[in-house]
Design a protein around this ligand. Structure first.
Ligand code: NAP
Length: 249
């Protein structure tokens, strides 16, 4: 497939590397123009583009940028995306900690519904509920016992299947998390968020989410991280998430 990735940081860079290795025709862009991504593109066998070049003719567009940056994308960008393309949103909202406040989301609008409204196109939410370390280091071949899972939410059946196929190709079991309106179940500080669960446990975690609780827990994260001390390990962060956002009520 022709896959355009906007954002080449922890998530976009890892997805570009993996999907290029899987044989896809990957094009990448960030905010610094073609030259800004040329060296990395050459390293991973992808094509360096600007954001318009990334989306033109794409079968799949992956948005791997900070959530508020969706508003900074060119207004006409998605007019150029083929109407049947799958658009995947990987973003999470950390108001106060990293992101500027977005009143609609603070008032309960699911994050990816807001993203879809900003870009004027439906999106599939995927790759948001695994930490960057998980995505880069913990993928395994299909069928491996205990293979970790990633939740995939969205409304268009064909696009969701495409996103699930890509999750599988990056080394994770895709779990159908329902509609985009239900995608609050995989947002930060829910039981399904960044806990390194397998598919069965991921389904239980998605079902265990309680409306309205996660944003309050998310806002307590600085305190929880403070208790972990400097330079917590990946295992420390996953253990903290599992304890703070337990599946068991
Ligand atoms: N890190 C994680 O563990 C993790 C896990 C799951 C999901 N996520 C979510 O995935 C998204 C990306 O996270 P990340 O950790 O990969 O972030 P990151 O390492 O900071 O990378 C962000 C990327 O977005 C690009 N970017 C920012 N504004 C842009 C714009 N207006 N146009 C084009 N490119 C732009 C940046 O390009 P420049 O360098 O040129 O500015 C950079 O390549 C975020 O929404 C995050 O919440 C992160």
């Amino acid at each position: 497939m022709k896959i355009g990735i906007i954002g080449t940081g922890n998530i976009g860079g890892t997805l570009a590397r993996k999907l290029s290795a899987a044989g896809h025709d990957v094009r990448i862009a960030n905010s610094s123009g073609v030259e800004g991504v040329r060296a990395f593109a050459q390293e991973i066998g992808a094509e360096a583009k600007d954001v318009h070049g990334v989306v033109a003719d794409a079968d799949v567009v992956i948005l791997a940028i900070p959530l508020p940056a969706m508003r900074k994308l060119p207004a006409d960008l998605f007019d150029r995306v083929p109407s049947d393309a799958t658009i995947i949103d990987t973003s999470n909202y950390y108001p106060g900690l990293r992101d500027s406040r977005i009143p609609e989301i603070d008032n309960g609008l699911p994050e990816s519904v807001w993203v879809a409204q900003q870009i004027g196109r439906p999106v599939i939410k995927a790759f948001n509920n695994a930490l960057a370390y998980t995505l880069a280091e913990l993928g395994q071949p299909k069928g491996t016992p205990g293979r970790l899972a990633i939740a995939v939410a969205g409304n268009d059946v064909r696009s969701k299947q495409t996103a699930m196929q890509l999750v599988n190709q990056t080394g994770f079991d895709p779990v159908d998390a329902g509609s985009l309106e239900e995608s609050w179940r995989q947002q930060p500080s829910t039981p399904a968020y960044c806990c390194d669960y397998d598919a069965d446990t991921m389904r239980k975690a998605l079902a265990a989410a309680i409306p309205g609780i996660a944003p309050k827990k998310r806002d307590q994260l600085p305190e929880l991280f403070g208790k972990l001390g400097p330079n917590p390990s990946h295992a420390d962060v996953v253990a903290m998430n599992r304890e703070a956002n337990s599946i068991v009520r």
